[in-house]
Design a protein around this ligand. Structure first.
Ligand SMILES: [Zn+2]
Length: 63
């Protein structure tokens, strides 16, 4: 049951991903070629400091 909690509401969100397209989150990497984030593997606490899947590994290691 809990397995599908993050996949409600339809859309094209993949299993295990949370649809955050309605939150207007943008990748915090100014050089990101795809700054708009539509889904995350977790529920963000805010809209700042969020990176897309491409940028996350890069900045994650910098911290
Ligand atoms: Zn990015």
């Amino acid at each position: 049951m809990a397995y599908q909690d993050a996949n409600q509401g339809g859309g094209s969100t993949r299993p295990g991903m949370i649809d955050v397209s309605s939150m207007n989150i943008r990748c915090s990497n100014p050089q990101c070629e795809k700054p708009e984030i539509t889904e995350l593997p977790f529920m963000p606490k805010g809209t700042n400091g969020i990176y897309c899947r491409t940028c996350l590994p890069k900045f994650k290691n910098r911290n």
